[in-house]
Design a protein around this ligand. Structure first.
Ligand SMILES: *Cc1c(COP(=O)(O)O)cnc(C)c1O
Length: 524
C-alpha cells in the first residue's frame, strides 16, 4: 500500500467560491459536493401556475415559514451524481464478505425481493378489511408454522421489530407469567458472555441483573448457577450458541436447575443460524426465545431494511402474547383475535414488519428443510475453515469446537503495538468489511468472525490471505497497520471527537434573503 496521497489544488473552478483541496484520486466532479450550491439552480421547472396563488401564511398562519428553507440549489444531474457517488463509497454484502461476528450478515437472496414486490403483497394495506386480507394473513400463519417447526416451540408472535425488541417482549411474557402466579420475582440471571442487549432488556423490564461467570470453556458453570437460582429468579437469559460460537453442552441441565425453582429459561436465538435443522430449543428446555429474521432468515440487515424479531414460547406463556394474534377457523378462514385478556398488549403497530415476513417465508420455502439444514452445515464449515487457516497466526483463546463463528484475540499482535481495531481497519484496505472488534468482553482484544454460509471457498481464501498478510505486516511494518485504512475516502477518524462532538446532519448557511410578504409564492 502506498502512503496516503498528498493534497493538491483543483484547477480554477467553474463555480464561484474558494477552490477546494482534493486528493488526486478524487475527480473534479467529486469536488462539486452539494455544499457548492449556487443560487437559482433548479432540478425541475414547474408548469406555470394556472390557479390563483395562495400565500402559505393564508393557509398556515403563524406556522408558515418566514425564512427560506436554505436548501442546496443544484441541477438534477448534480444531485443524481452526488447520491450515486456516495452510494459507491459504501460497503455492502452485495459487494463483498461481511464477517461481522454475532450479526449473521448473510446474502439476501433476490427471490425474497421478487416475492416481496408482487403486486398483491407490496400493495396490501393493514387497514384492508380482514375478508380482503386473507392472503396476507395466511403468509403470517405459514411463517408462524415454519418458525414453530424450526424452534420446536408452541406459540409465537411476529410483532417485535428487532432482536432487542423481541427480548423485551419475551421478558414481558416472563414477567406477566410470574405476576399471574402472584409474584413477578426480582432478578434475571445473565452470563458474562451475553450480548449487551440482554442485561439492557432485563433492566428495562424492571429486573435486577445477576451476573453469572462463564466456566473455562466459555459455557455455563452449573455449580455457580445452582448457587444463584432461588425463588427470586424470574429467568435466565442465555445466548446459545454463545457469543464465542460455542454450543451450550449442558443446556438441558441449565433448564432443569431453573425449572426446579420455578424460574424460566429465555434463549437469545439470534445465533439460530448454527442450529436450524439440527436441533430445536423447544426440545432442550427453552421456555421462550426470539429469532432474528434479519440474521438467520436472510432479510436485509441494519441500514438495509427494518428488522424483525419474532418471539416463540411454550404453551404456559401463550396467554400473555401480544394482541392481536391470527386465528384460523375450521374452514381455513383467518381472523384477528384481539380478545386476549392476559396479553402484555401490542408491542408494534399492526402485525409487525410484514415485508420481512414475506422475505423470510420465501427464504424458508426456497430452501426447504434439507436446504436449511445444509445452510447450517455450510455456515459452521465456513467458520471452522477460517479457524483452521488462521489459528497459527492469531491467538485462539477458547479451544472448544466452534459453530458458526470463531473468536480470536489480538494477543500476539499486541506485542507489536497492534490491537484488534487496527487489524480491522487494515482489513478495509483489502476490500473486506471489518469483523466485530473487542466483543465478547470475556475475550480481551477479540476478533469475532462470522463468515456465514454465503461465502464461497474462493472468497474465504481471499479473506485468509488478507488476515495472514496483516499478521505479517503487524510484525514487519506496524506503522502501516496503525495508520490504516489507506484506501478509503476518509481515513482514521478521531473517535473521541466523533463521539463527543458528533456532526449528525448537514446545516445550511444562513439564508441570504429573508422571505417577505412580497416574495413570489413559488420561492417559498
Ligand atoms: C444481534 C443480536 C441481538 C440484537 O438484535 P437486534 O435486531 O440488533 O436488536 C441480540 N442478541 C444477539 C446474540 C445478537 O447477535
Amino acid at each position: 500500500m502506498s502512503a496516503i496521497p498528498t493534497e493538491l489544488e483543483t484547477p480554477a473552478a467553474p463555480f464561484t467560491g474558494t477552490p477546494r483541496k482534493v486528493t488526486p484520486h478524487q475527480t473534479q466532479n467529486e469536488a462539486l459536493s452539494f455544499e457548492k450550491s449556487s443560487p437559482g439552480k433548479r432540478a425541475y421547472r414547474l408548469a406555470p401556475l394556472d390557479v390563483p396563488a395562495v400565500r402559505p401564511s393564508a393557509l398556515l398562519g403563524d406556522a408558515a415559514r418566514t425564512e427560506p428553507a436554505a436548501l442546496p440549489e443544484l441541477s438534477e444531474i448534480e444531485i443524481i451524481r452526488h447520491f450515486t457517488r456516495m452510494s459507491t463509497w459504501n460497503y455492502a454484502i452485495d459487494l463483498g464478505m461481511y464477517p461481522l461476528g454475532s450479526c449473521t450478515m448473510k446474502y439476501n437472496p433476490r427471490v425474497n425481493e421478487y416475492v416481496a414486490r408482487l403486486e398483491g403483497i407490496a400493495e396490501a394495506h393493514p387497514y384492508q378489511p380482514v375478508e380482503l386480507s386473507q392472503g396476507s394473513l395466511s403468509i403470517l400463519k405459514d411463517l408462524e408454522h415454519c418458525l414453530l417447526a424450526i424452534t420446536g416451540m408452541d406459540a409465537i408472535t411476529l410483532q417485535p421489530a428487532a432482536g432487542a425488541h423481541g427480548e423485551f417482549t419475551g421478558i414481558l411474557l416472563v414477567r406477566a407469567y410470574h405476576q399471574a402466579r402472584g409474584n413477578a420475582r426480582r432478578t434475571v440471571i445473565i452470563p458474562d458472555s451475553a450480548h449487551g442487549t440482554n442485561p439492557a432488556t432485563a433492566a428495562v423490564c424492571g429486573y435486577e441483573v445477576v451476573n453469572l461467570k462463564s466456566n473455562p470453556d466459555g459455557g455455563v458453570d452449573l455449580e455457580a448457577l445452582r448457587a444463584l437460582v432461588d425463588e427470586n429468579t424470574a429467568a435466565m437469559m442465555l445466548t446459545n450458541p454463545s457469543t464465542i460460537g460455542v454450543f451450550e453442552n449442558e443446556i438441558a441441565a441449565v433448564a432443569e436447575i431453573l425449572h426446579s425453582k420455578g424460574a424460566l429459561l429465555y434463549m437469545d436465538g439470534a445465533n439460530m443460524n448454527a442450529l436450524v435443522g439440527k436441533t430445536r430449543p423447544g426440545d432442550f428446555g427453552v421456555d421462550v426465545m426470539h429469532l432474528n429474521l434479519h440474521k438467520t432468515f436472510s432479510t436485509p440487515h441494519g441500514g438495509g431494511g427494518p428488522g424483525s424479531g419474532p418471539v416463540a414460547c411454550k404453551r404456559i406463556l401463550e396467554p400473555f402474547l401480544p394482541a392481536p394474534t391470527v386465528r384460523t377457523g375450521a374452514d381455513g378462514t383467518h381472523t384477528l383475535d384481539f380478545n386476549r385478556p392476559q396479553s402484555v398488549g401490542r408491542v408494534r403497530m399492526f402485525y409487525g414488519n410484514f415485508g420481512m415476513f414475506v422475505r423470510a417465508l420465501a427464504y424458508i420455502l426456497a430452501n426447504g428443510p434439507d436446504g436449511l439444514r445444509q445452510t447450517t452445515e455450510d455456515a459452521v464449515l465456513n467458520a471452522n475453515y477460517l479457524r483452521a487457516k488462521l489459528e497459527d497466526v492469531y491467538e485462539l483463546p477458547y479451544k472448544t469446537p466452534s459453530l458458526h463463528e470463531v473468536v480470536f484475540s489480538d494477543r500476539r499482535q499486541l506485542k507489536h503495538g497492534i490491537k484488534t481495531g487496527d487489524i480491522a481497519k487494515r482489513l478495509i484496505d483489502y476490500g473486506f468489511h471489518p469483523y466485530t472488534t473487542s466483543f465478547p468482553l470475556i475475550v480481551p482484544g477479540a476478533l469475532m468472525i462470522e463468515p456465514t454460509e454465503s461465502e464461497s471457498r474462493e472468497e474465504l481464501d481471499l479473506f485468509v490471505d488478507a488476515m495472514r498478510q496483516i499478521a505479517r505486516e503487524a510484525e514487519e511494518n506496524p506503522a502501516l497497520v496503525l495508520a490504516a485504512p489507506h484506501s478509503t475516502r476518509i481515513s482514521r477518524l478521531d473517535e473521541t471527537a466523533a463521539a463527543r462532538k458528533p456532526v449528525l446532519r448537514w446545516k445550511a448557511a444562513p439564508a441570504a434573503t429573508p422571505l417577505t410578504p412580497d416574495t413570489p409564492a413559488r420561492e417559498w
